[in-house]
Design a protein around this ligand. Structure first.
Ligand code: URA
Length: 289
């Protein structure tokens, strides 16, 4: 077993996923696996990311864990679900005051978010949580909203759920710094209550601008609030996960999975989450679309 494979297995075990291996594959695994492809963004005019995403080695004799039988196959047709918008299209038009967000560069956008008072949330939180990571990332993770730890530190996913997210990323072969992490909301809702739809709509232009600036290859939407806001639906995460959606009218593939905080409470769902992460990886590698 190569070091990389061993490390990946360790991360998988850390996040609670049992990795089974065929006996006969032990000898097959002896030669160094082919160098994994380096995924860059040849179609984009922007300079290459400082740390390109390196996908982990292709499957090397690993037996899929039992849960994979229930997950959809990685090949075949990935038809987006028919999703009826629950809020009329006009409701998503940015107000005149917000519409110029679409033209902001990173520093101006960050400044705008810091000074935002479009909803009441800013009054009750310590600071805005803009998002963190590689601004040319291939993978964009979108969560719900800052919690107490994030509100204190000004960075998304730094609490227990963040630790698990980091481990999930490592299992994918990615370091936290290689991806960009953001939330539906930039401000912490009081007592960690669910974001209200009007708050999400006020905050949306900032996230849309971040997406436009990053131009990720894949969006990984974690949790119900993230998925339902991004896909404009009320369909449950369990039905949205396991397939590839398109984000809005863009061609950006979007994969939904469970929120790491939910996985901490329901570790038996980690297998499905791992299937989702593999699906996102297969899109990054160009295997599925
Ligand atoms: N949960 C989220 O959805 N986002 C964070 O930043 C932290 C916890």
């Amino acid at each position: 077993m190569s070091m990389d494979e061993a490390t990946r297995r360790r991360y998988l075990e850390t996040i609670g996923i049992t990795v089974w291996q065929r006996r006969d594959s032990l000898t097959e695994l002896q030669p160094e696996p082919a160098k994994p492809p380096v995924l860059d963004k040849p179609q984009l005019a922007s300079p290459p990311a400082p740390e390109p995403i390196v996908a982990p080695p292709a499957e090397s004799g690993e037996m899929p864990p039992a849960w994979l039988d229930e997950a959809p196959p990685l090949e075949g047709d990935w038809e987006p679900l028919e999703i009826e918008p629950v809020v009329p299209e006009e409701a998503y038009q940015a107000s005149p005051a917000e519409s110029d967000v679409a033209g902001l560069d990173w520093p101006a956008l960050e400044k705008r978010v810091k000074g935002c008072r479009l909803c009441q949330l800013r009054e009750g939180c310590t600071q805005t949580v803009f998002g963190v990571g590689n601004r040319q990332a291939d993978l964009l993770i979108i969560g719900e909203a800052p919690g107490a730890d994030e509100d204190r530190q000004g960075e998304p996913f730094v609490g227990r759920a963040g630790q698990l997210l980091n481990e999930m990323l490592l299992a994918m072969g990615l370091k936290r710094q290689q991806v960009f992490i953001a939330n539906i909301l930039k401000c912490r809702p009081p007592g960690n209550r669910d974001p209200r739809s009007e708050e999400a709509l006020k905050c949306e232009p900032y996230l849309l601008r971040q997406i436009a600036l990053i131009r990720p290859r894949v969006i990984l939407s974690v949790g119900r609030i993230s998925a339902q806001n991004l896909l404009k639906t009320e369909i449950a995460v369990g039905k949205l996960r396991g397939r590839i959606h398109n984000f809005g009218s863009s061609a950006i593939p979007l994969v939904v999975t469970y929120h790491p905080a939910y996985l901490l409470r329901s570790p038996e769902q980690k297998g499905k989450a791992w299937a989702d992460l593999q699906l996102a990886l297969s899109v990054l590698r160009g295997v599925a679309r």
